[in-house]
Design a protein around this ligand. Structure first.
Ligand SMILES: [Zn+2]
Length: 204
């Protein structure tokens, strides 16, 4: 898990970032490469729109999950059982083809006296989703960020997603879902905790 996460750039882009004009020119090049004419009326504003959309779709590079999670947590007395946030919808893009990945994340942790605001978990999924990804890396990154900031007794992350690069090109397997999991702490060492996480995710 560590090797995967470390190999993935975590930092925000630096001063080497191209200008808006360069980004728009690149889109014009791709339009010509696809066989269209960027100077026709319907495409005149497309490069600017694509550049703007990229800023939004890849806004995760501007944010750090650790910042969203914070360093102070709510103390809870008496609640030490699983906290599960399931069916968190997300959009991402595969790093191989820059084509959408559409899925849901299920994230659980076993508190060790402290809990997270529930909306923060969804925000973390969003931050990692809005980057170029592999599903395996994204699953590990979500687990690691919660594990390292909150230091709970365990974290479980399951992602179910459809990869448009598989549905729209190549093998064209439509509707197939890829499932990935990462378990830390008690979810890794206690089969009963892991089984309970999976059955809670599966219960509708
Ligand atoms: Zn792909």
């Amino acid at each position: 898990m560590d090797a995967i996460v470390k190999n993935f750039p975590q930092t925000t882009p630096d001063a080497n970032r191209p200008s808006q004009k360069e980004a728009e020119d690149a889109v014009r090049t791709l339009l010509r490469w696809a066989g269209d004419d960027p100077s026709r009326e319907g495409l005149l504003d497309t490069p600017a729109r694509v550049a703007k959309a990229y800023r939004e779709l890849f806004a995760g590079y501007e944010m750090e999950a650790e910042e969203v999670l914070g360093r102070t947590f709510e103390e809870v007395a008496g609640y030490d059982d699983m906290v599960l946030v399931k069916e968190i919808p997300f959009f991402s893009h595969c790093e191989h083809h820059m084509v959408p990945i559409i899925g849901k994340a299920h994230v659980a942790y076993m508190p060790d006296g402290k809990v997270l605001g529930l909306s923060k978990i969804a925000r973390v999924v969003e931050i990692y989703g809005r980057r170029l990804q592999t599903q395996e890396t994204m699953t590990a990154q979500i687990a690691r960020s919660i594990d390292e900031t909150l230091a709970p007794r365990g974290v479980a992350v399951m992602i179910e997603a459809e990869h448009m690069c598989m549905a729209m090109r190549g093998v064209q397997k439509q509707g197939s879902t890829t499932l990935t999991t990462t378990f830390t702490g008690t979810f890794k060492t206690e089969p009963a905790d892991q089984a309970r996480f999976i059955s809670m995710v599966r219960s509708r």
